[in-house]
Design a protein around this ligand. Structure first.
Ligand code: GZL
Length: 323
């Protein structure tokens, strides 16, 4: 009988230890660690993008190491090196400009850490530095802006229009491609003249400053204002009003992003068209990071769905934007 109880105790002890072993293994099995370098907080779009990525990481149980570069490329490069040192599973970042990433991305490649581009692209001759780009088709955004302008000019029966453009950060993907798409869309239309294109760096303050300069230079000859993002548009509109012009009437205003503040101004008739550029890339990013960690293949480029909001529709029906 004693032997029976001894065997029972041994069996019980073995079970406990193996279960503890499993529990401690499970505790030791960490979730995916994702390092993300964000450009900064320059716009409602960027702030919405950050929030969406943080929410998506929490929902998917992914550990997010987040670094805000405060609009400096050198801070993004330092963040990527930090992620390499921490041996994260996946690196993701939104490159503030397209050039200057080869060295640090070679280091990530040598460390065997896959890199996902979020929002913006890089320019490189080297192969295999990144696995995937998750972001808008900026060329198509610019092209849709140009197509809207052609429809608007047709509808107003205008024989010619003078255009001013305030661009986003020079050498950034959205700046390059939005400008290319817009200019390609209007290039065959002899009614269109671009008076000047000026860098606003996606900043509200620069939108105001540049519009002051353009109004002082071209005055009431400006018929159209094409802006690469809502922040600059919202900075420019008070300057247009101070100069005695009615935005959306005396000047056709076309913007890009589609944040709530700008949509509300569209509803007031002070902006004529906003091409959507969704900041909600978090879910796509987490899905892609998990696929890479599991050794699954991913698409080279993932473009989210986007639409155009304009005075051609009943703008009162536009749903809350969430950013
Ligand atoms: C576009 C994004 C741009 C936004 C701006 O995807 O990179 O940067 O249009 C933001 O508002 O600053």
């Amino acid at each position: 009988m004693k032997r029976f109880f001894l065997m029972l105790f041994i069996a019980f002890a073995v079970t406990c230890f193996s279960a503890c072993g499993k529990e401690s293994d499970e505790k030791d099995e960490p979730g995916l660690l994702l390092g993300f370098s964000q450009i900064g907080s320059e716009s409602a779009w960027r702030i919405g993008n950050t929030q969406d990525i943080e929410d998506a990481a929490e929902k998917s149980g992914i550990n997010l190491m987040f670094e805000n570069a405060n609009q400096k490329q050198e801070n993004q490069i330092a963040a990527i090196r930090k992620f390499i040192a921490y041996k994260v599973d996946v690196i993701a970042f939104s490159p503030i400009v397209e050039d200057g990433w080869d060295n640090v991305l070679e280091e990530a490649k040598d460390a065997g850490i896959p890199v996902i581009l979020v929002d913006r692209d890089i320019s490189t001759d080297k192969k295999g530095l990144t696995t995937c780009l998750i972001g808008a088709d900026f060329y198509h955004e610019g092209y849709m802006a140009g197509e809207y302008l052609i429809r608007k000019v047709d509808g107003l029966g205008l024989e010619y229009v003078n255009i001013v453009e305030i661009t986003g950060t020079v050498n950034s993907t959205p700046m390059r491609q939005r400008q290319a798409g817009f200019m390609d869309a209007i290039s065959g239309d002899t009614r269109m003249t671009v008076l000047e294109s000026i860098d606003g760096d996606f900043l509200k303050s620069r939108g105001a400053e540049n519009m002051r300069y353009l109004l002082q230079t071209y005055g009431d000859t400006i018929d159209v204002f094409f802006s690469h993002n809502d922040e600059m548009t919202l900075g420019a509109i008070p300057e247009i009003e101070k100069a005695g012009f009615v935005p959306g009437k005396d000047m056709i205003i076309i913007s890009i992003d589609g944040g709530q503040e700008a949509i509300d101004v569209l509803k007031q008739g002070k902006i004529n068209c906003i091409v959507e550029c969704t900041p909600k890339l978090g879910k796509l990013l987490m899905e892609t990071a998990l696929k890479l960690k599991n050794g699954e293949s991913v698409m080279d480029t993932i473009h989210p769905e986007e639409q155009v909001f304009s005075d051609e529709m009943d703008t009162s029906q536009i749903a809350p934007r969430g950013y």
